[in-house]
Design a protein around this ligand. Structure first.
Ligand code: ZN
Ligand code: ZN
Length: 389
């Protein structure tokens, strides 16, 4: 096992340099041209078989150890966020309006680092590893389009492993949990149509703004009065646009929001529940509506067996006392699509520090030591799952 430590030391500067190079060139969802090229070039340099242009910018590097055996995939995201970076890092974003504020630069560095180390461990492994880099995790999602292009088949992927740098877990710790870890998330857009007119004459109008406010209130009642409080669920209306000035009754109101839940049945029930409320209020007010409900990501749910395997691996890397069960989060992840297709595990690598900024903050940064921990977990997981007897 010590040769992994040796190889990690040998490649550690490169792994950190990759993170910094990629941090400087952040690209938002489905514009990841430079990032994708950087990753593909690196994989080719290591000598992997590389496929590009999957779901636009998706990249896969494959390493085959033997024709028979299992197939394992490691997954990273390519995309950054539309955030103006406010760190003073010497390698801060050179792209105005974009930043790796969700740590995906670190995720890419870890999966590329694992590819470098594992390429030098080949004689100890059987089967195949796919190093998968997907676009657009921050929405609208690149995992599903890559799966639709067949990346989980021929050969079928048996195990999927991924991680997220996570401020909710302390620096130096690893958070691993079987079962639901992250919520299913959807989006909806609603237009309420009324009849505009003079603010002094409401009886001649149908007030779309007023109908909209009643809808906002009634939608929250679904959570508080219809849902089992032991099954957490959230609805948030993040946008409400109506009106032009103080004395005009608006003809239209535009609302958009998101739902979150860990429960698949609740997840399936959300569109009907929302429509029932919207229709009831619009009918009562004499308004009409159009509702566009867009299913997003399923629940990110870890396989019990695979989670036990990865917990064992993580304990060997950071010590048993530093592997914790993290609190699940209502945040969503399209890693969920990979976990639906294979045994899999998505874990949290702790980057939590007292003074640290949260994910998606223009100040987000992390201690780069964690990248080596992540690479070591990937490499030992490969040996655990694909090791030759
Ligand atoms: Zn994010
Ligand atoms: Zn993220």
């Amino acid at each position: 096992m010590n040769d992994i430590k040796h190889l990690l030391n040998k490649h550690s500067d490169k792994i950190i340099q990759i993170r910094r190079d990629l941090h400087q060139i952040p690209e938002t969802a489905y514009t990841e041209a430079k990032t994708s090229t950087y990753v593909a070039d690196y994989l080719k340099k290591i000598g992997l078989e590389v496929r590009t242009g999957i779901a636009k910018y998706g990249v896969i590097g494959s390493k085959c150890f033997s024709d028979s055996g299992k197939t394992l995939m490691f997954r990273s995201e390519l995309d950054a966020l539309p955030v103006n970076e406010k760190t003073d890092l010497p390698f801060a974003s050179s792209h105005t309006g974009a930043m790796h504020a969700c740590g995906h630069d670190g995720h890419m560095a870890m999966v590329l680092g694992a590819a470098m180390v594992i390429s030098e461990l080949s004689n100890r492994l059987s089967g195949r590893i796919n190093f998968v880099f997907q676009p657009a995790e921050e929405g609208p999602g690149g995992a599903k389009p890559m799966i639709d292009e067949g990346i989980m088949d021929n050969p079928k992927v048996d195990y999927a492993l991924g991680c997220h740098l996570w401020p909710g877990v302390k620096q130096g710790q690893v958070g691993i949990k079987a079962g639901p870890l992250m919520a299913a998330m959807d989006r909806f857009d609603l237009t309420v149509k009324g009849k505009g007119g003079h603010g002094a004459m409401p009886h001649l109008c149908v007030d779309a703004l007023d109908a909209g406010t009643q809808i906002v209130n009634a939608l929250q009642r679904i959570v508080s009065r219809q849902m089992n409080p032991l099954s957490p669920t959230v609805i948030t209306i993040g946008q409400f646009k109506a009106g032009t000035t103080f004395n005009i009754i608006p003809e239209e109101a535009h609302l958009s929001g998101t739902t979150r839940t860990f429960d698949r049945e609740i997840w399936r029930s959300w569109p009907d529940r929302i429509e029932t409320v919207v229709k009831g209020i619009c009918d009562a007010m004499g308004a009409t509506y159009s509702l566009d409900y867009q299913p997003g990501y399923p629940v990110t749910e870890n396989d019990t067996w695979m989670t036990d395997e990865i917990r064992y691996v993580a304990e060997s890397v950071v010590g048993k006392e530093n592997v914790v069960i993290p609190e699940p989060t209502m945040g969503g992840e399209d890693m969920s699509f990979f976990l639906e297709r294979s045994k899999g595990c998505f874990f949290f690598l702790g980057v939590g520090r007292e003074e640290g900024a949260p994910l998606h903050s223009p100040h987000f940064d992390f201690s780069e030591d964690v990248l080596l921990t992540g690479v070591e977990i990937y490499c030992r997981a490969a040996i655990q799952l694909l090791g030759c007897a």
